[in-house]
Design a protein around this ligand. Structure first.
Ligand SMILES: [Zn+2]
Length: 107
């Protein structure tokens, strides 16, 4: 059996009076449309000069920058700010190192 995408899964309609009452109680009496979320950028680019530049010379573009080796996609190592940028780069490399399953189903 293959898992269907979320949009194709059947949903039970909540039409009975008991279901509406239960939802109303669970929401603390709040019903109706939800308000729209705030306009917040999920990711902000680092503006430090040299951050994310390819590590070709072996010398960091700025003092304290960390060299992080890429993995999985054949890209070379890059220099990143210590802290957030380096952590994001390492995490990205680790995620790319996970082998992708190319064939679906088959179980
Ligand atoms: Zn940075």
């Amino acid at each position: 059996m293959t898992a269907r995408p979320r949009a194709q899964r059947p949903r039970l309609p909540e039409t009975s009076q008991g279901q509406r009452a239960a939802r109303h109680a669970w929401n603390g009496g709040l019903t109706g449309k939800t308000r729209t979320g705030a306009e917040v950028a999920p990711y902000t680019w680092c503006t430090a000069p040299g951050c994310g530049s390819e590590a070709t010379t072996g010398q960091p573009p700025a003092a304290g920058m960390v060299q992080v080796a890429a993995a999985g996609d054949g890209a070379g190592a890059r220099w990143w700010c210590p802290g957030r940028c380096a952590v994001l780069a390492r995490t990205r490399a680790e995620l790319r190192a996970i082998p992708m399953r190319t064939t679906g189903g088959g179980r």
